[in-house]
Design a binder for this molecule. Structure first.
Ligand SMILES: NC(=O)CC(=O)C(=O)O
Length: 276
């Protein structure tokens, strides 16, 4: 496999969980019709992005209705499906979780947001995920052929150590279902995506909900894919949009030869290690 067709599915929220799932599935079908093998949904795609709402929408993963619907469509279409994120309940705890389903509908892995979105920019954006959610405690990867992919969620992309750990584990791509807000979005969104891609010589996909100014939390939009050179290969606008892009996997090996920074890390001077 030298190229992989990827779909970034930027979605509007809908009034109910069932309508959100139905909207996602209709876009997943269109992505498959356009040849996508890997399909990625945004952060919190089946519920409002609100600490007050997470509990009401939470479900067990993979037993809950959202996971069951995603597993079924992944198996029917034979695609790799990164299920964005949705609130997960385990016992009394809630997590912001990204499940990945394989072409047989099997749960390949699930990743729970490691760094919770606690931001306070008065008059612009205040959010405290840690008031409702528990942070995850491990990394998660899956593979499509020889391509190893690491997962992060939104705020996680602000932590360069996380992407560097995935690099160390051999990942040539990272996927971040995300939901930046319209204040940090224009300042940081592209920059963080491109920086993680360039530092780690990997593809980086950022997938956002569409922008809806009527919701309590307004997402930025502008889903994008960066290549290992830090270039933006494709970018959505603010509305619901299905972005399809072919990534050239040869680029990962070539750039490591041409700009050999990964081989030049000075393990005798500094160290970075994934613990879990
Ligand atoms: N939604 C997030 O987790 C993060 C975010 O909006 C930001 O980093 O800005």
């Amino acid at each position: 496999m030298s190229t992989l067709r990827v779909a970034l599915v930027q979605l509007y929220g809908r009034p109910t969980k069932q309508e959100c799932i139905a909207n996602a599935i209709s876009q997943i079908r269109q992505a498959k019709d356009r040849g996508a093998r890997l399909i990625i949904l945004p952060e919190c795609f089946n519920s409002p992005y609100s600490t007050a709402e997470f509990g009401r929408h939470a479900e067990e993963i993979p037993r809950g209705e959202t996971s069951q619907a995603l597993a079924k469509v992944a198996a029917e279409l034979g695609v790799y499906l990164v299920g964005g994120t949705y609130p997960e309940r385990e016992g009394t705890r809630l997590y912001n979780t990204c499940p990945v389903f394989g072409p047989k509908g099997e749960l390949l892995c699930k990743y729970r947001k490691l760094h919770l979105f606690d931001m306070d920019i008065p008059g612009r954006c205040t959010f405290q995920e840690s008031a409702a959610l528990t942070a995850g405690d491990r990394l998660a990867t899956f593979s499509i052929g020889s391509l190893k992919i690491g997962l992060g969620i939104c705020w996680d992309k602000r932590f360069p150590e996380l992407a560097a750990c995935y690099r160390q584990l051999g990942c040539d791509m990272m996927i971040f279902p995300s939901a930046f807000d319209p204040y940090t979005g224009p300042l940081h969104w592209d920059l963080l995506g491109r920086a993680r891609a360039l530092d780690n010589q990997m593809f980086v996909a950022l997938v956002s909900p569409a922008r809806d100014p009527t919701t309590e939390y307004v997402a930025y939009g502008y889903s994008l894919m960066c290549d290992p050179w830090g270039r933006v290969l494709c970018r959505a606008k603010e509305e619901q949009e299905l972005l399809i892009t072919d990534i050239d996997l040869k680029m990962c090996g070539e750039i490591k030869q041409q700009i050999p920074i990964l081989r030049q890390k000075r393990g005798d001077i500094y160290e970075l290690k994934a613990m879990k």
